[in-house]
Design a protein around this ligand. Structure first.
Ligand SMILES: [Zn+2]
Length: 293
């Protein structure tokens, strides 16, 4: 595993120009994205790279602020030997779907304030405006981490003997023109994990709900590392969701106007291999850590 740091700063805030600054710290095109006329310059370095503190020092000296994201990168061998992998999807390729598009939910066991625990009861309905984002894809996620797979991949998953999964239909809704069934399936998890260990890092509750289950969010500057106690992952399936629900919540009792938080998808390396062999792109796979005892 290595941890990479992505630094993003405004090119026009550097008096001598971003190229001259990057030359000073010897950051070439292998680590820097620098397009003439682009608003931002992006530099990606290993967190142990000695050029990183020098770059940040120079930016500080120039009075330039920057955004920083840290994330872990893994080899195939490390993914293969993980107990569970968090699936995260390219935010620029997400499609919109859920309660506001007409998907229905049973709220009888959900939190009345944030909607965490909402149980989907219908097919997944997507906003038809976003269908182009599914083109050329075998799998995708909605902006609320609902997992979508094409028919062939859903068949491969069903035949693989993978445990803890069920499927729902997927429809697109078009303003005033009804619904169209898509050759896709929603991949649903039947198993919810216990609470994660408090030693997980890179997540933090913001605007916490009294239910304690929602409003978790990633933290850009800290790599997301989910930890579970060994006993809590003794009884997993190939597909699981977290007990904790992430992201923004807006719920006043009206499901059709709601924005629910969502659990994360955690899967075994078996599922990763099926996605990999199907040529699926757009996902990051991050192993969980298992604590002893
Ligand atoms: Zn709540």
């Amino acid at each position: 595993m290595k941890t990479e740091v992505r630094i993003l700063f405004r090119s026009d805030r550097i008096q001598e120009g971003p190229r001259a600054l990057l030359d000073t710290v010897r950051c070439g095109p292998d680590v820097a994205e620098l397009d003439e006329g682009a608003i931002f310059t992006i530099v990606t370095l290993d967190e142990r790279d000695e050029r990183l503190p020098r770059l940040l020092h120079l930016l500080t000296e120039r009075g330039a602020s920057w955004l920083e994201r840290r994330y872990d990168c893994f080899t195939d061998e490390e993914l293969e030997s993980a107990r569970l992998l968090i699936m995260s999807y390219d935010v620029n390729a997400e499609v919109f779907g859920g309660p506001q598009e007409g998907t229905t939910y049973d709220m009888s066991e959900a939190c009345k304030r944030c909607g965490a625990g909402a149980r989907q009861t219908s097919a997944m309905i997507l906003d038809g405006e976003y269908l182009h984002r599914l083109e050329g894809r075998r799998a995708a996620m909605t902006f609320k981490d609902d997992m979508l797979v094409d028919e062939k991949l859903s068949g491969a998953l069903a035949e693989s003997g993978a445990t803890g999964l069920s499927f729902r239909g997927v429809f697109a809704a078009f303003e005033g023109r009804g619904h169209l069934q898509l050759p896709w399936r929603q991949l649903c998890a039947t198993h919810t994990l216990p609470r994660m260990s408090p030693r997980s890092t890179g997540i933090s509750p913001y605007n916490p709900c009294p239910c304690g289950r929602s409003s978790f969010a990633g933290k850009e500057e800290v790599p997301m590392r989910l930890a579970y106690r060994a006993a809590d992952v003794a009884d997993i399936r190939d597909i699981n969701v977290t007990w904790e629900w992430f992201g923004e919540a807006k719920f006043d009792g009206d499901v059709s106007e709601a924005l629910f938080p969502n659990p994360l998808f955690l899967v075994t390396p078996k599922v990763w291999r099926i996605f990999r062999d199907a040529g699926v792109t757009g996902f990051d796979w991050i192993p969980i850590r298992v604590e002893d005892g």
